[in-house]
Design a protein around this ligand. Structure first.
Ligand SMILES: [Zn+2]
Length: 336
């Protein structure tokens, strides 16, 4: 039998590459080892411990990567590249400009990890990567232009346009949680007023609960200020499904605000897909997506453009940012 030549060898899929994706969050680090087609071979998780400072967190990132590699049966030197997401705007050189949750300012994220791991590091904002993950491997697979919105403690988002992340001319934009939806509204964590995050995130919902409790009596199962301050998505979901009058009022309002944010994004960008994820939608997505769709439909201009956009729930859940980092590293390295 004749030896196969390179010309009649079938084109190998992108799955031949091994990559790592690391999601550095305020509370946990989550790493996946995956093939280029998104197949996950191993995962590891670790507390971030931001109080140990930037260098301390970088050490924990390395430990977490080693644990994920061990789980996957892969050595670091087999990885083609490593994608990293962090809760900060990230410059083209991989510097994290400002990450309040981590206490970082102008932290040399990509340069430090590249020195420690001897690998190419492709770093980007975590919500940009969550959006890119859904585009590449999740609910947005097959779409051309996609917007992601992720309400959790805060509210992050991202934009993918024809296969590329759109971060604006300065690479620092697409901070969708800070689009203003109320004139002189609630104070946001960013210091300004009326941002979408101040209404549709868990922090916004806590404020909404406190405002209502201050003005009149509500029937509620929420027991204490603790429930309000550290509002967990699971507590919220349980109260919501149990018919808690106060919680339903606040959460439904948050979903309507999110619907306004979605309508604005459709009016401006006309994406074919909007993906909703993050802690709140992990817990209550099926209950809330109808409200978001209806509100978005009622506020889009021109009205027919709504029909061209799917509004769907995230499919990657906890893996979204890490898998987005895998897809991003692959795209930045030109691996196909
Ligand atoms: Zn804001």
């Amino acid at each position: 039998m004749a030896k196969k030549t390179s010309s009649d060898r079938p084109r190998r899929p992108a799955s031949k590459f091994l990559l790592a994706g690391i999601d550095i969050g305020g509370t946990k680090i989550h790493t996946v080892i995956a093939r280029g087609n998104g197949t996950v071979l191993g995962r590891a998780r670790k507390k971030t411990r931001p109080e140990r400072g930037f260098d301390g967190v970088m050490e924990r990132v390395k430990e977490n990567l080693l644990e994920a590699c061990e789980e996957a049966g892969v050595r670091i030197k087999e990885l083609r590249a490593i994608g990293v997401g962090a809760p900060s705007a990230i410059r083209a050189d991989g510097t994290a400009v400002h990450a309040p949750n981590m206490g970082w300012r102008n932290a040399p994220l990509a340069r430090t990890l590249s020195r420690m791991l001897h690998k190419t590091i492709c770093a980007a904002n975590d919500c940009d990567l969550g959006t890119f993950g859904e585009y590449a491997f999740g609910a947005g697979r097959g779409s051309k232009s996609l917007v992601g919105l992720f309400p959790g403690t805060g509210l992050g988002g991202g934009i993918v346009d024809r296969g590329r992340l759109n971060r604006g001319g300065n690479r620092l934009a697409a901070e969708l949680g800070h689009m203003v939806v109320v004139v002189d509204g609630r104070t946001c964590g960013c210091g300004r007023r009326g941002c979408l995050e101040a209404y549709a995130s868990k922090t916004g919902m806590s404020a909404g609960l406190a405002e209502r409790i201050a003005t009149r009596q509500w029937k509620t199962t929420l027991k204490s200020q603790e429930d309000l301050l550290g509002l967990r998505s699971s507590v919220l979901a349980e109260a919501y499904r149990g018919g808690d009058e106060l919680v339903r009022d606040v959460v439904d309002e948050a979903a309507r605000y999110l619907g306004i944010g979605v309508a604005n994004m459709i009016t401006i960008l006309g994406p074919d897909t909007v993906v909703l994820g993050g802690g709140v939608f992990e817990a209550l997505g099926r209950d809330l997506i109808g409200i978001v769709r209806t509100t978005a439909r009622d506020h889009v201009f021109p009205p027919p453009s709504f029909k061209d956009t799917r509004i769907v729930l995230s499919r990657l859940g906890d893996d979204a940012v890490a898998l987005g980092a895998v897809a991003y590293a692959q795209s930045e390295m030109g691996l196909r």
